[in-house]
Design a protein around this ligand. Sequence first.
Ligand code: MRU
Length: 390
Amino acid sequence: MIIALVQQESLYFRQQSRNIMNVNGNRYRTIWPDPRDDQTICIIDQRRLPHDFVTERLSSVEQTVAAIKDMHVRGAGLIGATAGFGMYLASLQAPDNGFADFMKEAGTRLNNSRPTARNLKWAIDRVSSDMAEADTPAEKRHIAFSTACIIADEDASFCKKLGTHGLKIIKKISAEKNGRSVNILTHCNAGWLAFVDYGSATAPIYAARDAGIDVHVWVDETRPWNQGAKLTAWELQQENIANTLITDNAGGHLMQHGMVDLVIVGTDRTTHTGDVANKIGTYLKALAAHDNNIPFYVALPSSTFDWTLDNGMQIPIEQRSGEEITTISGLDAKGDITTVGLAAEGTRAVNYSFDVTPARLITGLITERGIVKAEREAIHRLFPEASRIK
Ligand code: MRU
């Protein structure tokens, strides 16, 4: 019974999908249920990009936790979608007798896999509360799958809407420049790879390209994990968007010399007062943009809002291993991905993975409902239901 139902949902999922991302001419989402095996979820192992495009199969909550923690998948939206499917995989493992306890424990393990992205808890809570509506474990498993698919579809459709709204900003700048290329700086990867489709910061860029606007992207390399160098530059190349890789410290210099028209970044967690936590270094870009009167926008689906926090300083900031700083990995001359040491043996390194950009430095938030000022009253006007969400 569950197999038939799941296949039905799986078909629904595929019918809904309108994949934008081009990988060597094929169109992909970043996560999808295996259409031939209803107990398996497929992902792209992002640790191997841009050198190898490798897909991976997840069939347990343990594998899902490891995939999130070790960054096979990463980026706020995709972390949330993966957690949703992780809850479904957990429901398949859960014994009928003791189902609730198993699911509670699975939710806690998924939730602890990465601390900063709000989408993680949001997706786990959404699957859990939908499952609570059903009486039997069989029904709950079906609902877990269905809700995970809805979360993934919604993520893709919300990101597409960010593109429509963000396009207006790029269009205006392009007109002011009489059609000359609009130079957009972005940090980390808030692209297709960080969501299910389209991306947040990249969605307006893809929409501008589709509207025939000349755009060029400055891609921060994003030390230490190098999401910009490894993922954003590759993703933009797949879509034929002009882009140039820069060191993280170059942004201020480019801004001082009039070489940046606009900054668009993503966020892992957004307070209802408009502060955002994004990849470490985002705050410095916002300061430089502010000093140079350059618009600084943050693009986000509403799943990144944390309606319980008043101040960005309350956002938990992930600390990852110092080894990500003291070593670096890439393709060696033989074509293998190798890790080499950068710092002297025994060097102590501390690796804060995110920082907080205060609302006062943000020109606007690009959401699926439109562009809004990064301030409490405006955000609550756009999301009036927020006062009921905790
Ligand atoms: O550590 P990562 O790669 O998961 O961090 C990703 C980012 O910081 C993105 O900019 C962020 O998730 C916002 S867009 C999804």
